[in-house]
Design a protein around this ligand. Structure first.
Ligand SMILES: Cc1ncc(C[n+]2csc(CCOP(=O)(O)OP(=O)(O)O)c2C)c(N)n1
Ligand SMILES: [Mg+2]
Length: 549
């Protein structure tokens, strides 16, 4: 069917069709035309306090929904969201950033229009570095193709794209309504066959194989296939930190998070003593490998990602990760292995000790019991992440954290993005006091949209993660009364906990208070830490001081 449609309507229609129901951002005069069209569409505009908040919210939304979208004004808005887009690039989150821009008709003689930085293309050039497609819609005839290609690239590569709409293009007719579905990429059959033959032979001959699953399993929706492969083969499976929860953590074959020397010793030994490690969708970051403390010999590895399959030192290009896992499922991998590891059981509940000051270790041990089937755990970098890494996540995809890019301030806006898409999931947010001071005001947006996360501010009076690497007065921050945010926002429940009984009381009240958000100001000693931070900090300290690699 062909029907005249404007560039703006085409863009919105394409985004709707790609499954986006909410768009995050802040308007500005260069993008008001588009905002007006969004307001008339089925998509809900979610107005945040800052564009970085919109960016993090849309990133979390993308992780949960398969696609997320931010819409902002030119430069002052776009560059405020830049760090969130960079994080989405680094961690493979499919995010679309739409920016308004001065109209082409306004640009003659290069006037100094407000928000302009250098040239009219400066913002696009900056975004080219952190996206897989950066399109400026400057011709109505090519706009539909540019939009289709950008969205397709975003979905295929699970990385952000940038679409810039000069304000005088919004209502220009661009001809026809979309959209032909894009063909799914296909693996070259011979390459796939050879890679599968080599992999299956390595796995068949292995006596102690292990699967190490990473975040791409989640991004490409391969969790069920992974479980089938795990169960059919009988291989034990570990996950990377960024990939935490790609497999239900109570699965009997699940070992835990592999993080080199930073993680649990039993998991480290199981992976490092394996005679064949099958990496599936894992990118091996320094945090995932515990600051490169991992010790896995490449000659014992099969490493399949969405970008490449590498078997020992042989590279195979163009293989689609889903095809590879499906192929393995059909291959002979030897008889189903007997489990060599005791199945994981739910951690024992922590017994409350009245009057005892809360510590990070006992706090997270208690949290294990607090999580419900409808919880989504969102952890900010810092000890919130390291402590949360040992939580047992009940079902899949319920752990959201920027575990590699580690940009502070992600968690509160991420709770907004996650819950607006999945209102029946109650976010349990762990955020450091330093991180909360960056984006905590998005609690305001959380109130505005009627959401009810439980936010634990781990108040250790500063940048504790850094204290262990190198301490100094620069790691101190001004202490806020975090539990009094509800007074400013005129909604929400604020609670404070110094001791275990105060924490227990706060947990009971938080659970009951479902009408709006709960913020719990949890006091910790500035030098208290989780086990993982303890181990990581030792490694990083040596590196910062030039004593190790
Ligand atoms: C946006 C950003 N700025 C700076 C850093 C460097 N950094 C890493 S951890 C950290 C301290 C985090 O403090 P807090 O959020 O209070 O968590 P804690 O370490 O105390 O658990 C800092 C400043 C960062 N990761 N992200
Ligand atoms: Mg702190």
């Amino acid at each position: 069917m062909t029907k005249a449609i404007s560039v703006g309507d085409y863009l919105i229609h394409a985004i709707e069709q790609a499954g986006v129901k909410h768009v995050f951002g802040i308007p500005g005069d260069y993008v008001l035309g588009l905002y007006d069209l969004f307001a008339k569409s089925s998509i809900e505009l979610v107005g945040t306090c800052t564009e970085i908040g919109a960016g993090y919210a849309a990133d979390a939304y993308a992780r949960i929904n398969g696609l997320g979208c931010v819409c902002v004004t030119y430069c002052v808005g776009g560059l405020n969201a830049l760090n969130a887009v960079a994080g989405a690039y680094a961690e493979k989150s499919p995010l679309i950033l739409i920016s308004g821009a001065p109209g082409l008709g306004e640009r003659a003689f290069s006037p100094l229009l407000h928000h302009r930085i250098r040239d009219f293309n400066t913002q696009r050039l900056i975004f080219e570095k952190v996206t897989v497609a950066a399109e400026a819609l400057e011709d109505p005839l090519t706009a539909p193709r540019q939009i289709d290609a950008a969205i397709a690239a975003c979905k295929r590569q699970k990385r952000p794209v940038y679409i810039e709409v000069p304000r005088d293009m919004v209502h220009r007719l661009c001809g026809s309504i979309r959209l032909e579905p894009q063909d799914a990429p296909k693996s070259p059959p011979d390459v796939l066959k050879e890679a599968l033959r080599e992999s299956a032979s390595m796995l068949r001959n292995a006596k102690r194989p292990v699967i190490l699953a990473g975040v791409e399993i989640h991004r490409y929706g391969l969790q069920s296939l992974l479980v089938r492969l795990v169960e059919r083969s009988g291989f034990p499976v570990a996950a990377t930190l960024l990939g935490k929860s790609v497999i239900g953590e109570l699965h009997p074959q699940y070992l835990g998070i592999y993080e080199g020397a930073m993680g649990r010793e039993d998991v480290r030994l199981a992976v490092e003593r394996a005679d064949c490690v099958l990496f599936l969708g894992a990118f091996m970051t320094d945090i995932d490998l515990g600051g490169f403390t991992s010790n896995i010999d490449v000659s014992r590895t099969i490493n399949a990602t969405a970008e490449q399959v590498t078997i020992q030192r042989h590279h195979f290009d163009g293989i689609v990760l889903r095809d590879f896992i499906e192929g393995l499922l059909k291959s002979k991998l030897g008889p189903r292995r007997k489990l060599r590891f005791a199945p994981r059981s739910k951690p024992k509940p922590v017994k409350l000790q009245r009057g005892r000051k809360i510590t990070v270790r006992r706090f997270f041990a208690r949290m294990n019991d607090f999580l419900k089937d409808d919880s989504v755990v969102i952890a900010d970098p810092g000890d919130s992440l390291f402590g949360a890494a040992d939580l047992t996540i009940h079902r899949r995809t319920e752990f959201v954290s920027p575990a590699y890019y580690t940009s502070m301030g992600f968690a509160v806006p991420a709770a907004l993005g996650a819950q607006i898409r999945r209102p029946h999931l109650r976010p349990i947010v762990f955020v450091g006091d330093g991180a909360f001071q960056m984006t905590g005001q998005e609690l305001s947006t959380i109130v505005r949209y009627g959401l009810n996360p439980i936010v634990f501010v781990l108040n250790n009076k500063g940048y504790t993660t850094e204290r262990f690497i190198q301490d100094g007065p620069y790691n101190d921050i001004h202490e806020w009364a975090y539990h009094r945010w509800p007074e400013v926002l005129r909604q929400g429940l604020g609670l404070e906990a110094h001791t275990e009984d105060e924490l227990e009381d706060a947990l009971i009240r938080a659970e009951k208070h479902t009408a709006s958000f709960v913020v719990i100001n949890a006091h910790f000693d500035p030098m208290d830490r989780s086990n993982a931070l303890d181990r990581l900090a030792k490694r990083l300290r040596a590196r910062v001081q030039g004593k190790g690699s």
